[in-house]
Write a protein that binds this ligand. Structure first.
Ligand SMILES: Nc1nc2c(c(=O)[nH]1)N[C@H]1C(S)=C(S)[C@@H](COP(=O)(O)O)O[C@H]1N2
Ligand SMILES: [Mo]
Length: 319
């Protein structure tokens, strides 16, 4: 094995970005060699089952932005994951409690081939890409994340959704033993989210398995989380265990809890403010509290690709 790392690395040992980029090239070259000798599958079995393990054969994606990714240390220490605590630093502190192997995802509902798929099969069967995306939280901050993953559409198609499937519902693991936040009813557990079928099948919508070239740390939603770059962060549900094709709009946690503050669509939109604060601009994490705020772009800057999904809809009403 090339690199083995405990779940919690002291900040002093975090790889700076420039080094990461160079190391990835080396790693890729090394893996190509090893893969040829022992067979690619071996690389993805036992040693990969750990946050921080490198993901093999990651290709770059044409969907990446050209922005500089936020430091790995910040992406993995400033998190919203209420199952692991409500303070931004809690998820990293509690990450080791969430065991992500073995891990299975049930796919069911309006489809011809319902079933269960394990995380190792997901990593093996779906070619992994790196996609550098802006993530815009509804709390008016943002970061740029080099995700590793694959299009959600690829996984959904395998289970053969029927014409009844108008929406896709997602559920996070419910297990108060591993997710200490669930011992209190902060939210209506398990965390739930949903997408309309066309949003789910859109090529920008991805399931992430990693970031910075390595398997996801638990605090970022290991082993599998949704990423929908034109929507506020809360749509990007973490640690998914169930995907259900539905005919009706499925319940979404924040939308059900406070429907006037969090819509089902939750498309990033500077023209529709949150009732308690403006959505016109945001702070980039890592630039400090006093840095100039950035103007927020409609659909988080992905309008060219996704605006057509909402043609004719009043986005002030369907927020
Ligand atoms: N299961 C679950 N998923 C979740 C959340 C959560 O509390 N629980 N928080 C959401 C919110 S509000 C945001 S902004 C993103 C944050 O993702 P990150 O910590 O990887 O940046 O995760 C989203 N997914
Ligand atoms: Mo968020």
């Amino acid at each position: 094995m090339l690199i083995k790392r405990p779940n919690d690395i002291p900040a002093s040992e975090i790889t700076p970005q420039s080094v990461y980029l160079r190391r990835r090239e080396l790693l890729r070259a090394a893996m190509a060699g090893v893969g040829a000798a022992v067979g690619g599958a071996a690389l993805l079995s036992a040693p990969a089952a750990r946050a921080g393990a490198p993901i093999a054969d990651v290709r770059p994606s044409r969907f990446s932005t050209d922005e500089t990714p936020t430091e790995r240390e910040l992406i993995t220490s400033y998190n919203n994951f209420y199952e692991l605590g409500t303070d931004k630093g809690d998820p990293k502190r509690n990450a080791a409690q969430l065991q992500t192997r073995p891990w299975q995802v049930v796919v069911e509902g309006a489809c011809e081939a319902p079933g269960v798929i394990g995380i190792e099969d997901i990593l093996r069967d779906f070619p992994q890409e790196e996609r550098i995306y802006r993530l815009r939280c509804v709390e008016a901050w943002a970061m740029v994340v080099p995700w590793v993953g694959f299009p959600l559409a690829a996984l959904l198609k395998r289970f053969k959704p029927t014409s009844q499937a108008k929406y896709v519902a997602f559920e996070t693991l419910y297990d108060p033993k591993m997710l200490p936040g669930q011992r209190r009813r902060v939210l209506d557990w398990p965390y739930r989210e949903g997408l309309r079928m066309d949003e789910a099948m859109h090529p920008l919508t991805m399931l992430a398995t990693g970031l910075y070239g390595e398997l996801l740390p638990s605090q970022n939603g290991a082993p599998l989380r949704l990423v929908v770059p034109w929507k506020y962060g809360f749509k990007s549900i973490k640690s998914i265990v169930r995907i259900t094709f539905t005919e009706d709009e499925p319940p979404a946690t924040w939308n059900r809890m406070q429907p006037n503050e969090y819509g089902f669509y939750a498309n990033v939109n500077p023209d529709v403010d949150h009732p308690r604060w403006s959505q016109k601009s945001h702070r980039m994490i890592g630039e400090g509290l006093f840095a100039r705020k950035r103007p927020t772009l409609k659909f988080n800057g992905y309008g060219e690709q996704v605006a057509a999904l909402y043609a004719g809809m009043d986005l002030a009403k369907f927020y």
